[in-house]
Design a protein around this ligand. Structure first.
Ligand code: PRX
Length: 648
């Protein structure tokens, strides 16, 4: 079987698919192209409950878009109430397994009850639409419960991935102006407790705006509570009395009401708060559940991401629940207690759709086929990939060993900023080509352009841009509209600049090649080189730092740092290297821990003093330096660095 060929879905898959055959796809795409407003208006009317209808579908004043102008809806209502009032009331909404092995099956009715109770807790403490919350929790059901409770009242949430440090958490609380932090004592990772509340204490000490810290008891370890500020979730819950404790009407919110802000790395040291709103986002993530995952009512759907990243927001919580799915949520790691944990989950819960990342696939490949082969994976019907380019070898293994050659693979390209999937095959319609995200979703108009914004020929590399608005698009950078315009909308006037390089082949298939900016992709997590550099230069012995992504067999890229020390500093480089790696983990989070710290006397710079990261990238990638180095201030710096590499 060739892995560079074309993989059409089986006839049986096509017969049962929501969108059937290329004609089905083309018809949808054509309708969206001809009249995008009518197209999205129809979908929104069909898929979403609105308390009040819109006056117009779209108000587009580039770069600012408003979708479903004047309409009122509520995301929590769409994810819960409407299903709890339907034949799905006893369907499992969240199927959770903890790392130690506990199970919770929360039906739509039960989830609605728990979300309403927690919304009443927040309401009783005075929180309301327009307030902001930070949610810093492990992968337990109370995390989506907190999100849905906030969405119910119109409290804009920002989920911070549990792997982020106290420093990173503090920056996000302050930038968002959050007044309430929802957390847990800790979470489990390979039996070890990840202490969350301790990090919250450290962060909130410098956030005078925070009035409440609400703590869910997950691990039961000793946890210091600050009187007047901290409360246990269960105490607040127990204090709810009366017949209305379990009822909390969803607030009808404007379609453009801020639903959440998710911080992500950009090209500067400061993460940006990506703002997503209500009606358009919900329409987009709901529509793509059917188009891309071909979701059926009877499916068990599992997205293995962490809810702290956008994939978890859109495709564990909001998309699947709005579409009425059973969404599996697993707390732990893929190797605990052994490398077959995921396959045990697939077998036990008869998972039909599995959505994961190339990094996870590569980590699993390395452990050998005997782990998946020991389990019955026959329930699987569709496989998905997201976050990084999937290399042909990983694609082939996923197809052969996990999908047994009968499950279509959907390689989905999108970003925190896009809200939902933009380029991916509709599996019953669009044949896959390994490594390609294939074709755009209806209403999405990508293009590949050169430095001047002119389209390049098919087959040639260029910048991936998106022309025109789509419902799930980023609305703004929280508190920084100038950066929003500058970052995304000025490079090619009138178009959205993705920051990715790509090419489009003669069949119109898109191939994503990676970032063109100073953003690294480590295990599918976005990390800015500047963020790591800023963390390093905060260390008292570091004079300068330059950080680049280095190709890595499992994680795609690894963080590689070049560091110069202040005069008179130095000593034991091994020890200092360890200390700096730990320092970065403390400043940003464990997932950002550099793989490598290299000490050097100087960094290659242009005559105007800019660090030439391109050269460093070449050194770590190909061990040589090519291209133009005429602007380099001191060429010997580069030759020395390259020579150092050869010695290793
Ligand atoms: O470079 C692209 C890569 O991940 C970036 C977006 O990262 P983030 O905002 O963290 O969102 C990740 C999950 C949606 C993109 O600019 N990327 C994402 N999906 C793919 C991808 N690269 C290649 N193929 C993909 N399927």
């Amino acid at each position: 079987m060739s892995i560079t060929g074309i993989y059409p879905p089986s006839d049986e898959f096509v017969r049962q698919a929501h969108v059937q055959g290329m004609e089905g796809y083309r018809e949808l795409y054509r309708r969206a192209e001809q009249d995008p407003e009518a197209f999205w208006g129809d979908i929104a009317a069909r898929e979403i409950h609105w308390f009040e209808k819109w006056k117009e579908v779209l108000d587009w004043k580039p770069p600012f878009a408003q979708w479903f102008v004047g309409a009122k809806t509520n995301v929590s209502y769409n994810c819960l109430d409407r299903h709890a009032a339907s034949h799905r009331k006893n369907k499992v909404a969240i199927l959770w397994e903890g790392e130690p092995g506990e199970q919770r099956f929360l039906t739509y009715q039960e989830l609605l009850r728990l979300v309403s109770r927690f919304a009443n807790v927040l309401k009783a403490r005075g929180y309301k639409a327009g307030d902001r919350s930070i949610i810093y929790m492990p992968m337990i059901p109370e995390l989506p419960i907190a999100m849905l409770a906030c969405a119910r009242l119109g409290i804009t949430h920002s989920v911070v991935f549990g792997g982020f440090s106290a420093e990173a958490l503090k920056a996000r609380i302050q930038d968002l102006g959050a007044t309430v932090v929802i957390t847990a004592d800790g979470g489990f990772r390979r039996v070890k407790e990840m202490k969350l509340k301790a990090a919250v204490d450290e962060a909130v000490a410098e956030c005078p705006g925070v009035r409440d810290v609400i703590v869910y008891r997950r691990t039961g370890s000793d946890t210091a509570m600050q009187a007047g500020r901290d409360s246990w979730w269960h105490d607040l819950d127990a204090a709810l009395t009366g017949p209305d404790a379990e009822h909390c009407p969803a607030v009808p919110l404007d379609s453009e009401h801020p639903l959440f802000v998710l911080y992500t790395s950009g090209t500067t040291g400061k993460p940006k708060g990506i703002l997503h709103t209500t009606g358009g986002y919900l329409t987009h993530v709901t529509a793509t559940m059917k188009w891309v995952f071909d979701l059926k009512d009877e499916d068990t759907y599992w997205c293995s991401a962490d809810i702290g990243w956008v994939t978890g927001h859109s495709y564990i919580v909001y998309g699947p629940l709005s579409a009425g799915a059973t969404s599996v949520m697993y707390e732990g790691t893929l190797d605990y207690p052994q490398f077959d944990r995921w396959w045990r989950l697939v077998e036990k819960y008869r998972v039909n759709i599995l959505y994961t990342s190339p990094t996870a696939i590569r980590a699993l490949i390395r452990q050998g086929d005997h782990w998946p082969e020991a389990h019955d994976l026959s329930s699987l019907r569709l496989l998905g990939s997201v976050g990084e380019p999937i290399n042909p070898a990983a694609w082939e293994w996923y197809n052969r060993v996990i999908g047994k050659g009968r499950c279509p693979i959907v390689d989905t390209w999108w970003q925190t900023e896009t809200g939902g999937i933009l380029i991916a095959p509709m599996p019953g319609a669009v044949p896959a080509k390994p490594g390609s995200g294939t074709l755009p979703m209806p209403g999405v108009v990508p293009a590949i352009v050169d430095f001047h914004g002119y389209p390049v020929e098919p087959g040639h590399e260029g910048f991936l841009i998106l022309r025109g608005p789509w419902p799930g698009m980023i609305r703004n950078i929280w508190g920084d509209p100038d950066r929003f315009k500058e970052q995304y909308w000025t490079k090619v006037p009138g178009a959205y600049f993705t920051g990715d390089a790509a090419r489009c082949d003669h069949d119109g298939y898109y191939w994503i090649l990676g970032r063109v900016d100073d953003v690294m992709n480590v295990s599918g997590h976005r990390l800015s080189t500047m963020e790591v550099e800023s963390a390093l230069v905060k260390h008292p012995v570091v004079a300068e730092a330059a950080v680049v992504g280095k190709p890595h067999e499992i994680t795609g890229q690894a963080v590689c740092c070049f560091v110069t020390l202040k005069k008179g500093q130095g000593g034991d480089h091994d020890k200092l290297g360890q200390e700096l790696r730990q320092w970065v983990a403390h400043e940003i989070g464990a997932f950002a821990r550099p793989e490598e710290i290299r000490f050097t006397d100087a960094l290659p710079k242009t005559r105007s003093g800019k660090i030439m990261r391109r050269l460093l990238r070449e050194i770590v990638t190909s061990h040589t330096v090519t291209g133009d180095v005429t602007t380099l201030e001191d060429l010997s710096v580069v030759t020395n660095l390259a020579a150092q590499q050869d010695e290793e």
